[in-house]
Ligand binder design. Sequence first.
Ligand SMILES: C=C(O[C@@H]1C=C(C(=O)O)C=C[C@H]1O)C(=O)O
Length: 124
Amino acid sequence: MQMSADQTETVPSGADDADPMARLRALRGSIDNIDAAVIHMLAERFRCTQEVGRLKARHHLPPADPAREAEQIARLRRLALDARLDPDFAEKFLAFVIREVIRHHEAFPRGHESAPALAGGVAR
Ligand SMILES: C=C(O[C@@H]1C=C(C(=O)O)C=C[C@H]1O)C(=O)O
């Protein structure tokens, strides 16, 4: 699977050959920043989906919405293509996240106010 062959220029290049270890450190610094951003964004997403789960449980709506998911997959695949990211990878990643969200939604007591103690694996 092609992952991110076109995404290697996140840090200005130039000194690669002169000081490869400095270049490696710089790239890894960017990778760490990106990983932190991904974690914060996922936490924010799970806060939203927990709210959706609460709403669905209160109003007896089904935990999963396959039509909505199909729209999201199509949109993410388009975004991935534009960003030169493998759309299959984008789809698998979204499916993985959504599966976890639905698992949480199924755990909500139906027609009840209270939420489970954990949201997206994050203590609240
Ligand atoms: C969050 C929702 O519940 C589920 C989870 C989704 C998601 O994580 O994006 C999308 C659709 C639903 O299967 C929703 O219906 O919007």
